[in-house]
Write a protein that binds this ligand. Structure first.
Ligand code: HEC
Length: 203
């Protein structure tokens, strides 16, 4: 008895979705391009990049990474020091979500049309001497998108190593993967953010 009704509402739903899609693409076609001309164009109907790379850096990339790094380590207490690590299933599940979120964000970095910064967006912290501005970082990325994609892939792989350690409940492998993650952030930033920063002693 209820079957035709469900069929009908599904058909209406499908029509509504097509109408919405039609509306979006025609609006896009007539709107002026918001992104600089050098940005790799988004394909019609494909994913659209709204957040800037700086947005993604702050959240989820840095926020998830902080949670992952802070979940393991040694903390000083008034009575000595205490080793910290996820122990319950819920704690492991919570860090796993942060690691998979980080992996997905790595893919978002290379979404066509993604800009480093919105027109009036600045880095949160004042730039150091010789740091690249977001516009300079953008130009460096556009010059060699494959290189940038390589750094993003390394970020994804570091997240994957964290997930593997989490699935084995292996705290030592987790710490090692956390160290690799830090190096991956550093490597990409050294190329696109602070290429002129003094190297730490011994490097
Ligand atoms: C694929 C390259 C890449 C990777 C990997 C990467 N970043 Fe970034 N990050 C950038 C770029 C590009 C900028 C902007 C640099 C500029 O504008 O000069 C940036 C900027 C930032 C900022 C500054 C945001 C602001 O508004 O002040 C933070 C914080 C940050 N990244 C955190 C991280 C952390 C944490 C990791 C690792 C977990 C990471 N990033 C990994 C490319 C990367």
């Amino acid at each position: 008895m209820s079957m035709p009704v469900i069929g009908l509402s599904a058909a209406i739903g499908a029509t509504a979705v097509f109408a919405l899609l039609g509306g979006c693409s025609s609006r896009e076609a007539s709107a002026p391009a918001a992104a600089p001309a050098t940005t790799a164009a988004a394909s019609p109907g494909g994913p659209r990049a709204d957040a800037s790379i700086l947005d993604l850096m702050l959240d989820p990339i840095a926020s998830n990474a902080e949670t992952l790094w802070n979940a393991v380590g040694t903390v000083s207490t008034t009575t000595g020091s205490k080793d910290l690590a996820p122990s319950t299933d819920a704690e492991w599940a919570a860090v796993r979500l942060k690691a998979t979120g980080l992996m997905e964000a790595a893919d978002l970095l290379v979404t066509p049309g993604r800009v480093v910064a919105h027109p009036d967006q600045k880095l949160k912290d004042p730039p150091g001497a010789g740091d690249l501005t977001p516009a300079q970082a953008q130009a460096a990325i556009e010059k060699d998108r494959a290189a940038f994609a390589g750094f993003a892939a390394a970020l994804k792989a570091a997240g994957g190593a964290m997930v593997a350690a989490i699935d084995k409940r292996d705290v030592e492998a987790y710490s090692t993967a956390g160290g690799t993650l830090d190096e991956v952030c550093e490597a990409c930033h050294t190329r696109y953010w602070y290429p002129n920063a003094p190297k730490p002693p011994g490097e």
